[in-house]
Design a protein around this ligand. Sequence first.
Ligand code: HPA
Length: 270
Amino acid sequence: MMEPFALAETAAAQLRARSGYDSYDVAVVLGSGWREGAVALGDVSNVVATSTLSGFATPTVPGHDGQIISLRVGERRVALVAGRVHLYEGNSAAAVVHPIRTVIAAGATRVVLTNAAGGIDPSFTPGSVVVIRDHLNLTATSPLEGPVAEGRPSRFVDLTDLYSARLRAIVADEAHLAEGVYAGLRGPHYETPAEIRMLAAVGASLVGMSTVLEAIAARHLGAEVLGLSLVSNAAAGVSSAALNHREVLEAGQHAAASLGDLLSRVLPRL
Ligand code: HPA
């Protein structure tokens, strides 16, 4: 099997050839619900199916088909990654972060990771967007596990400033959004109320099943990371409402216009 960084470089060369973009500035991974808003960013006709690129796992979740959309937002050359893949689909950590490694190999130096998350902090009401200030990686894995990759950055990467203060300040300048700590779990089941109380006790204010491994992989390669969570539901036990995946997708549909507006203001400045 090809070494993961070389595989990402192969895919990046294919992406450049098929999109006609010789480099990118910013990559945005579109989580559940974010795609609807992102399509309003501009001309989204430049689409490369990830099934035509080396190393991409096939998404199995409704609402996540695999595409990389290349477009300009202001002066920025942006790669929108639609069709994130998750550990809970049976993918390895390396497969989960392959899209991120690919867009970084294609030139992106700023990465925006979006997701839908459960709100643990009761003030994070469904429909609001929260900026990720820090995370708890509770997946029990890392994309940096494995043999030493010669010629790559050290795997002992400092995550002190994982979520870039510079990028968070740009968001704060554009929108008044709360910040939170995202707990990333493997899923695919939602949490029990006892687990949510545990997560609250250790400092988490958001919970989800993505983002943390991608953030680590991006930082490892020197990219600046911004994380944005759309709160799709109150986490288990925080309200009396039942949890389901449909409500996660619907939250995105309802918030589409405001998510698109936020991205259109923030991306040109990143
Ligand atoms: N828990 C975990 N992941 C999620 C949730 C949740 O409540 N909502 C959206 N993704």
